[in-house]
Design a protein around this ligand. Sequence first.
Ligand SMILES: [Zn+2]
Length: 287
Amino acid sequence: MLVSATQMLKDAVAGQYAVGQFNINNLEWTKAILLTAQENNSPVILGVSEGAGKYMGGYKTVMGMVNGMIEELNITVPVAVHLDHGSFEGAKKCIEAGFSSIMFDGSHYSIEENVEKTKEIIAIANAKGISVEAEVGSIGGEEDGVIGAGENADPAECKLIADLGVDMLAAGIGNIHGKYPENWAGLNFETLANIKALTGDMPLVLHGGTGIPADMIKKAISLGVAKINVNTECQWSFQAATRKYIEAGKDLEGKGFDPRKLLAPGYEAIKATVKEKMELFGSVNKA
Ligand SMILES: [Zn+2]
């Protein structure tokens, strides 16, 4: 069932668990994540970056595929299709294309401009029942080619953006996208607690969920994190399983070249990773 992320995240805050956002890249990713959510009776958020949206043929193609699967695979758990790190123009396009949730990432603007643009996006999205995520304090690592250092968001700025009426707030707390470096200092729980103290029940979003140790994930959830973004980890799972299949020469045996066979181990690997994350985040049986 396609829904906005608003209610599922309110429920997550109240129930002290987090909903996973798993980024999609193609049909295999989408089917693997939707079926795993259904099998585990878990709400789920499908993340679509602007780059991935373009890769899949455009936002309307993404929505055609997801809506078709929800209907034909009988997906009854709550599913939100969410623009990940959207630009101002990208957010408007996704609202038009039927996304149920969008992130407007104005973290690279001045706080004044971030406020103005976020307000405008909220007005357009709210009129259509679409949930909105905003970001304060840029999250390090690579976001579609842009590399930043992990920052700690200013709690007062978080409060300012939260009060605009967003449904969820991404705040930098030392987290980064992609692989964490050996000398990573870990999540800054002091910053997270300060943000939580000012923003109350606002669902907080943890980007860069790949490679954060389980105990830090659990502590973050206890401090108000209700949405955790996982992207790189599914890519690694898919890659490792596909590599194993080819290195074992399976693609050379019989009809092993058939894409439905060639991509099957990667598909199963994504399913296993998503299930593991849903268990860790506590969203199993919360649909
Ligand atoms: Zn992110």
